[in-house]
Ligand binder design. Structure first.
Ligand SMILES: *[C@@H]1O[C@H](CO)[C@@H](O)[C@H](O)[C@H]1NC(C)=O
Ligand SMILES: *[C@@H]1O[C@H](CO)[C@@H](O)[C@H](O)[C@H]1NC(C)=O
Ligand SMILES: *[C@@H]1O[C@H](CO)[C@@H](O)[C@H](O)[C@H]1NC(C)=O
Ligand SMILES: *[C@@H]1O[C@H](CO)[C@@H](O)[C@H](O)[C@H]1NC(C)=O
Ligand SMILES: *[C@@H]1O[C@H](CO)[C@@H](O)[C@H](O)[C@H]1NC(C)=O
Length: 273
């Protein structure tokens, strides 16, 4: 077992307490002995909140380009074919993703894919920055499929499975992600962002920007939609290093600054454990 694996395991096992501590104080020492399982990892801003009022009928689609970004993956010069489309669930609760891919690489899988923070400027997959992660959970610990609210909102393959090509090099999947948003203004909104298709070693094979592909983006008509308080300006929120904008869905994060939330979680963790 490599050292990094051991550290990941330690963090995974220590769970909430380690995270609460490290998010409030870099000086707080992580426990090195008597580590007990305390549940899955939670974001610094809490668990992902369910988006309940996605606009019905609005479709966003990301279609992979003709040529791969990582050329060695396709010596013939082509690329993964297909797209990922997304539309609100019929009741507006969450987003239904439909993944339809073909001409997948013959080797090197299974392939993870994620929603990333920024679009790909000029088709450059590096400019998409990190995974969409509005609750600041990080990716050091793999997503726990038994507790999807604890995963990065953009970690689609972590939550719903990696791409394993069939004998014809195809892959299809449809699932509803409760934590994604097609409402502009929420940190978990991905309509202006991208999807990146990786090798397991994280090398980016190809990427595609989402674009509106149907329906009209209108106000949701729900005046109880939380007002974006405490949200950093988008210019800095999407700056390199920032993996996310602040979430505003749900009560957990409204008007509460990161530091305060960290302090609360820290206090709760210390009180409980
Ligand atoms: C996050 O969700 C996990 C799994 O349901 C739960 O154990 C944990 O207490 C939650 N954390 C917070 C801060 O709500
Ligand atoms: C990742 O894996 C692919 C396919 O095996 C390989 O071509 C590429 O060089 C690897 N990237 C790194 C950074 O090791
Ligand atoms: C892609 O973007 C990265 C980050 O901005 C940059 O360092 C790199 O040179 C770009 N690559 C190409 C081929 O434009
Ligand atoms: C995408 O939309 C979100 C939510 O409206 C916003 O915070 C973010 O700044 C936007 N990003 C880009 C690259 O336009
Ligand atoms: C808006 O959302 C709230 C809370 O989910 C719900 O009670 C209310 O009925 C919704 N209003 C409309 C017009 O959809």
């Amino acid at each position: 077992m490599r050292v990094t694996d051991s550290i990941s395991l330690l963090i995974a096992v220590a769970g909430t307490q380690v995270f609460a501590q490290t998010s409030t104080s870099t000086e707080a020492a992580a426990p090195t002995t008597s580590v007990t399982p305390e549940g899955p990892e939670t974001g610094k801003l809490g668990n992902a909140t369910i988006v309940t009022n996605n606009p019905i009928g609005v479709v966003y689609k990301a279609t992979f380009p003709e040529k791969a970004w990582f050329a060695p993956a396709y010596p013939e010069g082509d690329n993964v074919k297909g797209d990922i489309s997304a539309v609100a669930a019929p009741d507006g609760k969450g987003v239904v993703f439909t993944v339809k891919l073909s001409n997948l690489p013959k080797e090197g899988g299974p392939f993870p894919y994620h929603l990333h923070v920024l679009p790909a400027t000029g088709g450059n997959c590096t400019t998409t920055l990190a995974h969409l992660d509005p609750f600041e959970r990080g990716e050091a610990t793999p997503c726990n499929k038994a507790a999807l609210e604890t995963c990065q909102t953009g970690d689609l393959s972590g939550k719903y499975g990696v791409v394993i090509p069939d004998a014809e090099g195809k892959f299809e999947a449809t699932y509803t992600d409760l934590y994604s948003s097609t409402i502009e203004g929420l940190g978990s909104f991905f309509g202006n962002r991208s999807v990146v298709f990786h090798y397991p070693n994280k090398t980016r094979i190809t990427c595609a920007d989402f674009a509106l592909a149907g329906g009209a983006v209108l106000p949701t008509g729900n005046s109880s939609l939380p007002v974006p308080t405490g949200v950093a300006p988008s210019s800095s929120a999407d700056a390199p290093g920032a993996t996310t904008t602040a979430p505003i869905a749900g009560a957990a994060a409204i008007g509460v600054k990161t530091g305060l939330m960290g302090a609360i979680f820290g206090a709760v963790a210390f009180a409980l454990f």
